[in-house]
Write a protein that binds this ligand. Structure first.
Ligand code: ADP
Length: 294
């Protein structure tokens, strides 16, 4: 578990507050009447199925959506000049053919709106510091396409950290990376959180990511629930969020979510009987003595 400490309810007041927010694009709201608070110093996961409005929440914090109603408060504001809010986009949205090196991407963050092909000596030094901090210094001159998924995530993290943000927003930072890289990214974010940065990420990974965070927000166009995973991971809340039956169980202090077992393959009948290698999915999880369904 990354974060054994409970959600920080009174750690310096909210850094983000949504009051009845309805926001979206053109003439169409994507989230409706959403209210929640994110405490300063917290580490929060926004959960929901594809298209439920997770990215829209991040973009609304950045004032990058159309606000139809309600109010969004971000401590310190998000004006470009004094922004303490940094955003790491989904890697899928990056144009990997754009001819740019690791150092150049990080320099974009360091130089901000003054981006210019000839950085000053101090800008280069700052970029080098950030790359070293994220262990990508040795790849400075490498094209970003020629990196692993975890290294690419670090490049965009380094760019985001250039302005010493108080609030770091990450869109699906563990999407499409292998298990080791996912753990690496989460531990890195945990480290940054312990250095005082409030972290908000979106994810659709319940057990691998959300279960380890101190606070999660479930969204499906409207706010379904917010709380610690042990409070939020209930069959009712997950049904309202995902529209699917999801049994919940306890395992070594974590509240985890199983999917209803499906039985694929020509030797599985409709009841799951006749499976070649015994029980699958939730059946097998339930059979372990350490765990029990809640
Ligand atoms: P998620 O991050 O949970 O997958 P999004 O916040 O990206 O969901 O999308 C929520 C809804 O808003 C979806 O119906 C999506 O089609 C719509 N949407 C997202 N981005 C845009 C856009 N730029 N223009 C119009 N509609 C959008």
């Amino acid at each position: 578990m990354l974060h054994p400490v409970p959600h920080l309810t009174d750690a310096g007041g909210p850094i983000v507050k949504f009051e009845d927010v309805t926001a979206g694009y053109q003439n169409e709201p994507a989230i409706r009447d959403v209210s929640f608070e994110i405490s300063t110093g917290d580490f929060v996961g926004i959960l929901g199925p594809s298209g439920s409005g997770k990215t829209t929440i991040l973009r609304t914090i950045l004032r990058d959506t159309r606000l139809f109603g309600g109010a969004v408060h971000v401590a310190g504001g998000v004006s470009p000049a004094r922004s303490r809010v940094a955003y790491v986009p989904q890697l899928e949205t990056v144009d990997w053919n754009f001819p740019v090196t690791v150092e150049e991407v990080v320099l974009m963050g360091v130089q901000g709106h003054r981006f210019w092909p000839w950085p000053t000596r101090s800008e280069r030094a700052r970029a080098q510091d950030l790359m070293d901090r994220l262990s990508i210094g040795e790849f400075a001159k490498r094209h970003i396409r020629r990196l692993s998924g975890g290294q690419q995530q670090r490049v965009f993290l380094a760019r985001a950290l250039a302005h010493d943000p108080a609030l770091l927003l990450l869109d699906e930072p563990t999407n499409g990376v292998d298990i080791r890289t996912r753990d690496e990214i989460l531990h890195l974010l945990d480290e940054l959180n312990h250095q005082g940065i409030t972290i908000v990420l979106t994810t659709h990974e319940l057990n691998a990511v959300a279960a380890h965070l101190p606070w999660v927000i479930c969204i499906n166009e409207t706010l379904i629930a917010a709380g610690s995973p042990s409070d939020i991971f209930t069959s009712e809340i997950l049904m309202a969020t995902y529209g699917a039956e999801m049994p919940v169980l306890e395992y070594q202090g974590l509240t985890l979510v199983a999917e209803q077992p499906h039985h694929f393959g020509q030797h599985a009948d409709a009841n799951g009987e006749g499976l070649k290698d015994g029980a699958h999915g939730a059946d097998r999880i339930q059979s372990t003595s350490e765990e029990h369904l809640v």
